[in-house]
Design a protein around this ligand. Structure first.
Ligand SMILES: Cc1cc2nc3c(=O)[nH]c(=O)nc-3n(C[C@H](O)[C@H](O)[C@H](O)COP(=O)(O)OP(=O)(O)OC[C@H]3O[C@@H](n4cnc5c(N)ncnc54)[C@H](O)[C@@H]3O)c2cc1C
Length: 285
């Protein structure tokens, strides 16, 4: 079970509270107007939406208290509780905000639509003025400078916790951690945060490196083709035996087959084991 699955299971166990919340109405739960720093359900109103690739939408929500930031800790996510039309059962799915955690008044999600996906179809259908119920859940407890180097290995929409952490580390002048990001996507179009990562690479060339691996690249794609392999991680400087990686932390977030390929299964060593990493060095969202 991944760390998020544990958090989700605990949150789902408390979903009885949701029914109570719905009966009492949003006003009872929203008083006094607090943002997302405390545990509990919050109902957020959609401010605006923007389609940023053929299947990824940016959805910007208004926070209850417009003068304050969300109050979320670095790498925490929002467990969204969707009620897709015609469904009687709430659908809980985690999404990680991508706007700066310091921004007052708003929280922003980037949601990839999966055909037939219950939550992603519902969230893509939301319009300004619609609401979505969310429950903040913790992620990896990041401590600045505990590791001199962090490896972020993402697949598809699993990039969002990595983007939030990258922003949090690089925008904190006290945190000197170096970051190597390896992001596997299906097509070149799916590198939807390329500009944002590009400007961080320009600003922090000695501390931040990003490698994109594309399963089905365009003919002119400059990126390595295929899935994330041991060789690609070695080329990115992520061999466990390298001196600069002696206190490294490796964070992984992606679809189940990609996570399995990285972490392995009971009798099958994963790519990270083959590179020399121990389970204690790896964290899976
Ligand atoms: C910590 C964490 C943070 C996340 N943050 C984001 C985020 O910011 N943005 C985002 O878009 N997603 C994010 N996800 C994934 C998200 O929580 C959902 O799993 C995803 O949106 C699919 O939910 P669904 O209800 O639409 O699909 P489901 O109804 O669960 O599944 C529908 C179909 O889609 C396939 N599918 C489901 N998930 C995936 C996947 N990840 N890759 C490939 N196929 C899949 C299923 O096999 C199934 O066929 C995050 C996941 C975690 C664990």
């Amino acid at each position: 079970m991944s760390s998020t699955q544990v958090a989700v299971a605990a949150a789902v166990a408390g979903l009885g509270v949701y029914a109570l919340f719905l009966r009492k109405g949003p006003d009872a739960a929203d008083k006094p107007k607090k943002n997302l720093g405390s545990f509990g359900l919050h109902r957020l109103t959609v401010h605006s939406t923007e389609l940023i690739s053929n299947n990824v939408k940016r959805v910007r929500f208004e926070l209850p208290n417009k003068s304050q930031p969300s109050g979320l800790a670095l790498t925490s996510a929002l467990l969204t509780i969707s009620m897709p039309s015609g469904s009687w059962v709430p659908v809980p799915r985690p999404y990680t905000p991508v706007n700066s955690l310091d921004e007052p008044g708003f929280v922003e999600l980037m949601v990839k639509h999966y055909p037939g996906g219950k939550a992603s179809t519902h969230i893509h259908s939301l319009k300004p003025g619609d609401t979505l119920t969310v429950l903040p859940i913790p992620g990896f407890a990041w401590a600045p400078n505990k590791h001199s180097h962090v490896a972020l290995i993402a697949g598809g929409a699993g990039i969002t916790p990595m983007y939030q952490l990258t922003q949090g580390i690089l925008n904190n002048p006290e945190d000197k951690t170096s970051i190597t990001l390896v992001w596997g996507v299906n097509t070149d179009d799916e590198i939807f945060l390329k500009e944002e990562f590009g400007s961080l690479q320009k600003k922090f060339p000695d501390r931040f490196k990003a490698v994109y691996v594309v399963a089905k690249p365009d003919a002119a794609s400059p990126h390595p083709k295929g899935f994330i392999t041991k060789e690609i991680l070695e080329e990115a400087g992520l061999s466990a035996t390298s001196e600069k990686n002696k206190d490294i932390k490796v964070l992984v977030c992606g679809p189940p087959p990609m996570e399995k390929a990285m972490k392995g299964a009971k009798k099958e060593p994963g790519v990270l084991t083959k590179l020399g990493y121990t389970p204690g060095q790896i964290y899976s969202f």
